[in-house]
Design a protein around this ligand. Structure first.
Ligand SMILES: C[C@H](C(=O)O)[C@@](O)(CC(=O)O)C(=O)O
Length: 489
């Protein structure tokens, strides 16, 4: 190596290439298998229910045949690994139902599977057909779980203290970073090549998060992670084919990434890379923006209390709803004015709270669609206007505290007769690692999602494959292949 790469680049490569995860740490592997199954369930849910998303899938030129290509779960499609990363990333992420993690930055660690699985599946098929001699790690379930834990960890550690959003950069930059690192390893690239590829990540243009916020929230927020996964695979393949990297991509003056963003101090990491993130993700029990889930739980409970009091007309009987929440929720999903599309609705805390209060149960993906009765309900629109959202310093502190990592919201309903339904505070919603109801809820979600396309026997085959460390990834992916499903909506 002629010039040394910037230290954060070296650290990531050392972790991915030379840090051994403890094979006996069953807690980590159990979480990794759960995360994998949850993400695959989300992909199947999207494939089975979202006609809007299915339009984004498949080869650029219809009918293209890719020998040994990645077989896109929940479909009959077979595509190259770059488009495959986009397609799987989109399927996992589109309905905002996949796992999430908050910090100074936030995001969805399972987005990385969008890159990991297509690359492993394609490599596995190419090796089997003899088209390629693979000299990376074995293309098995065990390797997949290692790649998953490491990608989660890179993304998670970076998220904790580095607010990319403060520079307008979308959090999928971390999907690009983490996916790139593990994909290089999976491809059997050298350390030096992996560093070169990561330097390309920092030199890359990064999407501006405007598509997730305010009146500009559009479906791109559902494909941005797929785009990042795609780019990770593409950059790795470019470097594998001989492209060099730029060792000072972060620190160079005046054009390095830090000079334009975080400054000389660079990135802050809360702890050395290990296997913390995979054990601390928030599994989404409902397709709701992560920071709004506690508020939805509180709304369901308050709605129940409201009805138990014999009240039935929210517009006549509710004067105001006060909602305290984290600064992140306030920044991301506090929204007034017209809502233009499904993405816009699932990123509006007032919409999901009013919906849950009126409906008495959690939002479902169909409740966000333009044609949903809720999207057109005057009652919901009027109740939404009565919800006053405030950023709460203590909830924000606890959200950023790595020993607490709560994701809280408190809701008080002020009634027209001057009385109130006292605050309900939810700090650890179902899906949070600390909530005892989480394992059962994640399991139920998986069976529900998979049941949209697969029989009980097929589902138990998938569960068996995940338990076996030697399962070949192409055999695993074959278990998810389906002809086009009849779209539900
Ligand atoms: C991480 C978030 C989520 O839980 O859904 C987020 O809403 C964050 C954001 O918009 O920045 C997301 O859509 O990725």
């Amino acid at each position: 190596m002629s010039r040394p790469y910037d230290q954060p680049i070296v650290d990531i490569v050392n972790y991915v290439y030379h840090h051994s995860l403890n094979q006996d740490d069953e807690a980590t592997w159990k979480c990794a298998r759960t995360a994998l199954l949850d993400a695959m369930g989300c992909a199947i849910e999207t494939a089975a229910t979202s006609t809007e998303c299915r339009k984004l899938l498949g080869p650029v030129i219809e009918g293209t045949v890719v020998p040994d290509g990645f077989r896109v779960p929940g479909t009959e499609l077979q595509v190259d690994p770059v488009k495959g990363a986009f397609d799987l990333g989109v399927l996992i992420r589109y309905l905002d139902h996949n796992d999430a993690l908050g910090g100074a930055e936030w995001g969805h660690p399972s987005d990385n599977l969008g890159a990991i699985l297509p690359v492993m599946d394609w490599l596995s098929r190419e090796s089997l057909s003899g088209r390629r001699v693979h000299d990376g790690p074995p293309l098995t379930m065990q390797t997949l779980l290692i790649a998953l834990v490491k990608a989660y960890e890179i993304q998670g550690c970076y998220q904790m203290r580095n607010a990319f959003n403060a520079y307008g950069i979308d959090h999928v930059v971390l999907v690009k970073l983490a996916s790139t690192a593990v994909v290089c390893w999976l491809l059997g690239m050298t350390d030096e090549q992996a560093m070169a590829t990561i330097s390309h990540v920092w030199m890359d243009g990064h999407p501006n998060r405007v598509y997730r916020s305010g009146a500009n929230t559009i479906p791109r927020k559902g494909w941005a992670a797929g785009d990042a996964a795609r780019r990770a695979v593409q950059l790795a393949l470019l470097v594998q084919d001989g492209q060099p990297g730029a060792p000072g991509a972060l620190t160079a003056q005046p054009w390095g990434f830090w000079e334009r963003t975080f400054g000389e101090a660079g990135f802050l990491l809360p702890r050395p890379f290990g296997s913390w993130t995979v054990q601390n993700v928030l599994f989404k029990s409902m397709p709701v923006e992560g920071h709004a889930i506690s508020a939805v739980e509180a709304a369901i409970l308050q709605g129940r209390r409201f009805r138990q009091r014999g009240l039935s007309d929210p517009l006549k009987q509710i004067q105001r709803i006060d909602l305290r929440t984290t600064a992140a929720a306030f920044l991301i999903v506090n929204k007034h004015g017209p809502l233009h599309n499904a993405a816009d609705r699932d990123h509006c805390i007032q919409y999901v709270v009013a919906l849950a209060f009126l409906k008495g149960s959690p939002p479902e993906a169909a409740d966000y669609l333009d044609k949903s009765p809720w999207a057109n309900s005057e009652e919901l629109a009027a109740l939404r206007e009565r919800i006053v959202v405030q950023s709460d310093p203590r909830l924000t502190e606890d959200y950023l505290d790595l020993d607490k990592k709560s994701i809280g919201a408190g809701m008080t309903v002020h009634l027209a007769d001057g009385s109130s339904l006292p605050q309900i505070l939810i700090e650890y919603p179902v899906g949070h690692a600390r909530n005892p109801k989480t394992p059962a809820a994640v399991q139920e979600k998986f069976f529900q999602n998979m049941g949209l396309m697969f029989s009980a026997t097929e589902i138990s085959r998938i569960l068996g494959a995940v338990q076996n460390p030697d399962t070949l990834i192409s055999d695993f992916i074959d278990l998810f292949v389906q002809p086009p499903a009849k779209a539900r909506f």
